[in-house]
Design a protein around this ligand. Structure first.
Ligand code: AMP
Ligand code: MG
Length: 354
C-alpha cells in the first residue's frame, strides 16, 4: 500500500525536478544570448580610396572579415578604379570612342547606373569624369575653372551616349566615366553576396560613406547607425537611425571634400546641368534602401536635386527613404524613416516634411 501510495509522489517530484532543470537551462541560454553575445570579428583597412571596416558575427568570422577587405580591393583594381591601372572603367576611359571588352559584372553595373541616371533625370550621371577632373576638388589641382573650361567639360557629360552590351562598353570620344558616386554602395551589394556564401550570421560593413547592415543585430535590438553632424567633427553625430535587417545606408555631404573661396564652399558633388559644385540648399543627404548601389546613387542625386525635387525621385524607387539636412540646419525625414530617426545634435531643428 505504502509503495503504491508513494509512487505518484515520486513521479511528481522527478517531473518537477526535470521541469526546473529545463527552465534553468532555457533561462540560462536566453541570458547567455542577451548578455554574452559572441563578439564580432573586426577588420579595418583601406580599399577603394577610403576607410573600410568589416564586423562579422558567425563561424569563421575572422576569415570572412578578411575576405571582405580582399574582395573590395579586387573590385576596385579589376572593375571600378576610374583613372589609374587597367580596371574595366579605366580601360573604357582610356579607349573612349572604341568598344572595350569588360567583365559581365562591370557591364551589368553600368547598365544599372545608366538606368539610375535616367530615373534621376541626370542629377546622377556616371559620365561626369571630365568635370570631376577639371575641378579636382580635394586634389592637388583644385581651382575654379573658367566658364569656357566648364562648358567644354560639361558637353561631355551625357549618360545617353554610353553603349552597354553584355560584355562590352563604349563611351563617346571625350567622355569619361566616374563611378565615385555609386561604387561604394555597389561594393556593399557585392559584399552581401560574399557574406551569404560564407554563411555569416550578421555583419556591419562600412565602406566610406556607405554601410551594409547584414542580418539582424545579434544583441536583439535594432541596428543603430549614427549620421554625422555635417558641421561637426568626424565623430560628432547629427542623430541616429534605428534600423532592421538587410539595409544599406549612404550619406553624401559637402564636408567630405571641398575648398572655399570668398566665403563660398565648392564641394565634390557636381551638378551636371551647371557643371559646377551642387548648390541645392542641402549640406547632407542620407538614403536608406535594400540596395547598396541605389542608396549610393540616390544620396548623390538628392544632394544635387535639393529637398523638394528629390521627393518624387525617391518615390520612383522601391522603398528608398532619406534624411536631408539643409544649410539653414533643418532636418527633413521621409515618412518611412520618421519613427526611426532621433535628432541628437544641438543647433538643428526638425523641419515639417512636405
Ligand atoms: P558621393 O560622395 O557618393 O556623393 O559621390 C561623390 C563622387 O561622385 C565625387 O567625388 C565624384 O567622383 C562623383 N560625382 C560628383 N558629382 C556627381 C554626379 N552628379 N553624378 C555622378 N557622380 C558624381
Ligand atoms: Mg553616392
Amino acid at each position: 500500500m505504502t509503495h503504491t501510495r508513494n509512487h505518484p509522489r515520486w513521479g511528481a517530484i522527478v517531473s518537477a525536478v526535470i521541469a526546473a532543470v529545463c527552465t534553468a537551462l532555457v533561462a540560462g541560454l536566453l541570458i547567455y544570448d542577451a548578455v554574452c553575445v559572441r563578439a564580432p570579428a573586426v577588420q579595418s583597412g583601406t580599399a577603394m580610396g577610403t576607410v573600410v571596416t568589416a564586423k562579422v558575427w558567425g563561424p569563421s568570422g575572422d576569415q570572412t572579415a578578411r575576405a571582405v577587405l580582399d574582395r573590395l580591393a579586387a573590385l576596385d583594381k579589376n572593375c571600378l578604379s576610374a583613372y589609374e591601372g587597367d580596371s574595366d572603367i579605366a580601360r573604357i576611359n582610356q579607349n573612349a570612342g572604341s568598344s572595350v571588352k569588360v567583365s559581365s559584372y562591370t557591364a551589368e553595373l553600368l547598365s544599372h547606373l545608366i538606368q539610375a541616371a535616367s530615373q534621376t533625370d541626370g542629377a546622377f550621371d556616371p559620365t561626369v569624369g571630365a568635370l570631376v577632373q577639371l575641378w579636382d576638388i580635394g586634389g592637388p589641382d583644385e581651382r575654379i575653372p573658367s566658364a569656357s573650361e566648364i562648358d567644354g567639360a560639361r558637353g561631355s557629360v551625357d549618360w545617353r551616349q554610353v553603349q552597354v552590351h553584355s560584355d562590352s562598353v563604349q563611351i563617346r570620344k571625350g567622355q569619361s566615366l566616374d563611378t565615385g558616386a555609386a561604387g561604394k554602395g555597389a561594393a556593399c551589394d557585392e559584399i552581401r553576396e560574399l557574406l551569404q556564401t560564407q554563411n555569416a550570421e550578421s555583419a556591419v560593413i562600412s565602406v566610406g560613406g556607405s554601410i551594409l547592415l547584414y542580418g539582424k543585430n545579434p544583441e536583439g535590438d535594432p541596428w543603430s547607425v549614427g549620421i554625422r553632424d555635417p558641421r561637426g567633427e568626424s565623430s560628432d553625430r547629427l542623430g541616429t537611425l534605428e534600423l532592421g535587417a538587410d539595409l544599406c545606408i549612404s550619406t553624401s555631404g559637402d564636408y567630405e571634400r571641398y575648398f572655399e573661396r570668398d566665403g563660398i564652399r565648392y564641394c565634390h558633388i557636381l551638378d551636371p546641368r551647371t557643371g559646377c559644385p551642387a548648390r541645392s540648399g542641402l549640406i547632407s543627404v542620407t538614403v536608406v534602401s535594400s540596395s547598396g548601389v541605389i542608396s549610393d546613387v540616390l544620396s548623390t542625386a538628392c544632394f544635387v536635386l535639393g529637398y523638394e525635387r528629390s521627393l518624387p525621385v525617391l518615390e520612383s524607387f522601391d522603398n528608398a527613404q532619406a534624411v536631408f539636412v539643409t544649410d539653414s540646419r533643418e532636418v527633413y525625414v521621409t515618412p518611412g524613416l520618421a519613427d526611426h530617426f532621433t535628432l541628437a545634435a544641438a543647433g538643428y531643428t526638425m523641419g515639417a516634411s512636405s
